[in-house]
Design a protein around this ligand. Structure first.
Ligand SMILES: Nc1ncnc2c1ncn2[C@@H]1O[C@H](COP(=O)(O)OP(=O)(O)OP(=O)(O)O)[C@@H](O)[C@H]1O
Ligand SMILES: [Mg+2]
Length: 261
């Protein structure tokens, strides 16, 4: 069964896009077929995967507004087994356009359910925007689980309870199968005491919900997008890249356990 993972946190700049891009690259390198859906009007995942602005005409906006069939929107990236539905700034117009649609939270789920073209993928990652907006709720309604990147900084836990409440509400009202697969600590700086303290506190509070792998702060991770490459392709040996490979292994293992259950 394919997994549809929404990478979500309403806080900005916590590593959602970096996590979506590099996890999907690592899993594609393991021989699984992976789709990234860029659901952020900022289009950072699209840029980070090297798709130029001119090549974005069949974007997630056209899919959600029913102008393009989803099966026409998959773009092969430079990475084998890794496909993308790109995003561009038009996507910010979808929320007002759908404001009168009664079951707008289900728009994405319906498109997924009505198309067998998604069956070719083993994993689908949805890179959510930094807001608990309709786009995020649509992603959570269509997803099978959520991964939450959490930056190792002082305000990390602030907002997390609101995010968890939103996920609970989506589970109760819109998508009974939705679960949090895990919380991933990002941009960890081992020289910074606060970073270690935050990581420790998050583990104390959220226990086994937190992935063992911690993503370190690593300059190669922030350089990679300007080359239109996942960090994993830009510099595979960088500490951040290696951490995303470890996280991918952890998620594959978790997935096996979930499938067996
Ligand atoms: N492990 C890391 N080490 C160093 N820089 C990182 C790391 N992870 C992400 N960054 C950088 O931090 C910034 C924010 O990361 P990213 O874009 O992944 O966050 P985001 O949560 O998707 O942001 P937004 O909320 O704007 O969508 C980017 O410039 C990115 O390159
Ligand atoms: Mg982002």
């Amino acid at each position: 069964m394919k997994k549809i993972i929404a990478v979500s946190n309403q806080k900005g700049g916590v590593g959602k896009t970096t996590t979506a891009i590099n996890l999907s690259t690592a899993i594609a390198a393991m021989g699984r077929k992976v789709l990234v859906i860029d659901l952020d009007p900022q289009g950072n995942a699209t840029t980070g995967l090297g798709v130029e602005y001119d090549a974005r005409e069949k974007s997630i906006y056209e899919v959600l507004s029913q102008q393009v069939d989803i099966k026409e929107s998959f773009q092969q990236t430079k990475i084998e087994n890794l496909f993308l539905i790109p995003s561009k700034v038009d996507l910010s117009g979808i929320e007002p356009e759908l404001s009168n649609v009664h079951d707008r939270a289900f728009v994405m789920k319906k498109i997924f359910d009505d198309s067998n073209s998604l069956d070719q993928f083993d994993f689908i990652f949805i890179d959510c925007p930094p807001a608990l907006s309709l786009l995020t709720v649509m992603a959570m309604t269509a997803a099978t689980s959520v991964i939450v990147p959490l930056q190792c900084e002082f305000f990390a836990l602030e907002g997390l309870s609101q995010l968890i409440k939103t996920i609970d509400r989506v589970r109760q009202n819109l998508n009974p199968v939705l679960n949090i697969d895990g919380i991933v600590l990002t941009m960890f700086d081992k020289r910074n005491k606060l970073s270690s303290q935050v990581a420790h506190d998050v583990r104390t509070h959220l226990k086994e919900q937190v992935y063992e792998t911690i993503i370190p702060r690593n300059v190669r991770m922030s350089e990679a997008p300007s080359f239109g490459l996942p960090a994993l392709m830009y510099d595979q040996n960088a500490s951040g890249s290696q951490a995303y490979i470890a996280l991918a292994n952890e998620i594959m293992k978790q997935n096996k356990t979930q499938e067996a259950a």
